[in-house]
Design a protein around this ligand. Structure first.
Ligand SMILES: NC(=O)C1=CN([C@@H]2O[C@H](COP(=O)(O)OP(=O)(O)OC[C@H]3O[C@@H](n4cnc5c(N)ncnc54)[C@H](OP(=O)(O)O)[C@@H]3O)[C@@H](O)[C@H]2O)C=CC1
Ligand SMILES: O=C1O[C@H](COP(=O)(O)O)[C@@H](O)[C@H](O)[C@H]1O
Length: 594
């Protein structure tokens, strides 16, 4: 096993400063529960009914994933159907959870640990800039990069400035804003396990924080074997003495129940659970956020959300490229750990949960955990694994997974998996939840498909011929690309005859909202800053997800199950069709009528 957690047993317990910052953390959560929703942007007066503990908090706006009242969302009511209607094309209003006084007296310091790495450059710095550009960051903030690579502040700024263009460089005043942002970016080079180096970081942070109440967010964008070292050093030597300290932890959170449990145990030596923000960036995607809105705010869907009306649910992830450069990481994990155990199972839990008591993070996560704990053990016979092989097409050749020089010869690591899962509770008894995830397939897409049952005694069944499956309704949430929600319905073909047709009622985001969809990392980093935990993984959720997948993963490894080979760029192993057929399901993405 390549992943090793640094030992956490011989170290001292949490320092008092950390406990203090943890208390403040809880306090922030408490305040949030009493926050009322803001009124709309053009009505600047704010009312606040928060208790008197935070005297500076006279008026403030709330923004977080949880913070949008229904009345803030633009609706079509009274607005012409033109998608360019000004009201809809304007960005959402800026809503902050900090009072003006808080904004003056405090500062946010965001340290990106592993700042020289791929994720930091590709996602984290651009997300921070986008938040800054759109005025979502508080007035006083600084960003520190931390890694072993030697770099000056200026060099970091150069690196960052090159990556920032990927998001919003075409927008107004981008260059000025970028320069302003870059002035707030600094760098400190150090080892990940050196307390002295973190003392130096702490000194630099203090200097920039200039005596203000310091809220410190560490983003761990490093390989997992370094997580515990960083958390130890950061907690002991660089946590905030006056405000809160939070840590965003990137996946993978272990590679099975045991290693994940060990990671959690180690992290909790230094951090309270509510300081740990385990990120699953799929939960930050716009369409995944919309899943609960769609279900819980539409009477036409909520009553249908059970075994009574839903025949099967499909959660599908595919990429049209291979491991390209990440083979070393990937080979130790495989597609089940890389995609299914986290992104897809999180979507399943959100999809299937009972109505939470509220949108409070704990209420939502309580319901998700119940779903995960109700899952039937996953059997090998309900899983198909595959691995891509080399393929030539149109004079171009595509490599096999095992051609990657960082992948060991003869590797059996799956780059594709399909699984049939069941939730043994009253709502979902007998409904197959099919998952499919693969790399180097014919297309890049992520979607959730809900296939409904047949209409009983359908008056029009003659018009469908023998294939009644073609007549079932299907709801599709196209998570990416071309974000959309569409519902396949049956309708009459226009004309004097009586021929039936299948059409889509389609909410295509780019037509309805002609502005850029924020990146998932923007939403999640902002939530972490605001202490909103709903879209982060709680440790019991993580345990339950590993409990589901660990026996299967062990069995695959012990039995050395050979993956079915599929050509790079194909639709994946044919075994996935047999698996679906066994459960009386057809993959919706392959039906050809999308
Ligand atoms: N890249 C991606 O698209 C995604 C990444 N993730 C996760 O995010 C985290 C960061 O990913 P990514 O940026 O790709 O990782 P990288 O491999 O680029 O590593 C980030 C930085 O960590 C340091 N580092 C790398 N390997 C080691 C090592 N063996 N020992 C000590 N330091 C090391 C390097 O900095 P230096 O040498 O300067 O110290 C490197 O720049 C990982 O946990 C990954 O699983 C999750 C989802 C997607
Ligand atoms: O977590 C991961 O996600 C990416 C896919 O993310 P997306 O937002 O681009 O869909 C995947 O490529 C990677 O293997 C995995 O670790």
């Amino acid at each position: 096993m390549a992943t090793q957690l640094s030992s956490c047993s011989s170290t001292s317990s949490s320092p008092s400063a950390f406990i203090f910052s943890s208390l403040l953390n809880n306090e922030a959560t408490l305040f949030r529960k009493f926050i009322i929703f803001p009124r709309k942007k053009h009505n600047p007066s704010w009312v606040c009914q928060v208790g008197s503990r935070n005297h500076g908090m006279k008026h403030f706006k709330l923004k977080s994933s949880n913070g949008h009242p229904l009345n803030v969302v633009s609706s079509n009511d009274g607005i012409a159907a033109n998608p360019m209607t000004k009201d809809q094309s304007e960005p959402e209003e800026k809503i902050f959870s900090f009072s003006e006084q808080e904004n003056e007296d405090s500062t946010i310091s965001i340290t990106v640990v592993g700042a020289s790495g791929d994720l930091a450059k590709k996602k984290i710095f651009p997300a921070l800039f986008a938040l800054y550009y759109d005025d979502y960051l508080p007035k006083n903030f600084i960003v520190f990069g931390y890694a072993r690579t030697k770099m000056s502040d200026e060099e970091l700024r150069n690196v960052v400035s090159r990556t920032l263009t990927c998001r919003i460089d075409k927008r107004e005043n981008c260059e000025d804003k970028m320069n302003e942002f870059l002035k707030r970016c600094f760098y400190h080079s150090g080892q990940y396990n050196s307390e002295e180096d973190f003392v130096e970081l702490d000194n630099k942070l203090k200097e920039k924080e200039a005596g203000k109440i310091a809220r410190r967010l560490f983003y761990l964008s490093v390989p997992p074997n370094i997580f515990v070292d960083v958390v130890r050093c950061a907690s002991l030597k660089a946590s905030s003495g006056s405000g809160w300290t939070r840590v965003i932890v990137e996946k993978p959170f272990g590679r099975d129940s045991e290693s994940s449990g060990e990671l959690t145990r180690c992290l909790k030596q230094y951090l309270a659970e509510d300081q740990i923000f385990r990120i699953d960036h799929y939960l930050g995607k716009e369409l995944v956020e919309n899943l609960s809105v769609l279900r819980f705010s539409n009477l036409v869907f909520e009553p249908l959300w059970s075994r009574n009306y839903i025949r099967n649910v499909q959660i599908i992830f595919s990429e049209d490229f291979g491991t390209e450069g990440r083979g070393g990481y990937f080979d130790n994990y495989g597609i089940i750990r890389d995609i299914m155990q986290n992104h897809l199972i999180q979507i399943l839990a959100l999809f299937a949960m009972e109505t939470p008591v509220s949108l409070d993070a704990e209420d939502v996560r309580n319901e998700k955990v119940k779903v995960l704990k109700s899952m039937r053990p996953l059997l090998l016979e309900d899983v198909v694994v595959g691995q891509y092989k080399g393929h030539s097409k149109g004079g171009k050749s595509y490599p096999a997974y095992t051609d990657d020089p960082t992948v060991p010869n003869g590797s059996l690591t799956p780059t594709f998996a399909a699984a049939a899962l069941f939730i043994d509770n009253a709502r979902w008894d007998g409904v197959p939840f099919l998952m499919k995830a693969g790399k180097a397939l014919h297309t890049r897409r992520a979607e959730i498909r809900v296939q409904f049952r047949h209409v009983p005694g359908n008056l029009y069944k003659r018009n469908f011929g023998t294939d009644l499956d073609k007549a079932t309704n299907e709801l599709v949430l196209h998570v990416q690309p071309d974000e959309a929600i569409y519902l396949k319905i049956n309708n009459k073909v226009l004309g004097l005859g009586m021929r039936l047709d299948r059409s889509d009622l389609n909410l295509l985001y780019r037509a309805r909202y002609p502005r850029e969809i924020p990146d998932a990392y923007e939403r999640l980093v902002l939530d972490a800053i605001e202490g909103e935990r709903r879209l982060f993984i709680r440790s019991d959720e993580l345990d339950a997800a590993w409990t589901l997948f660990t026996p299967l993963l062990n069995e695959l490894e012990v039995k050395k199950i050979a993956p079915e080979l599929y050509p790079y760029g194909s639709r994946g192993p044919v075994g996935a069709h047999y698996l679906a057929a066994k459960h009386n399901v057809r993959w919706g993405d392959l039906s050809g009528d999308d």
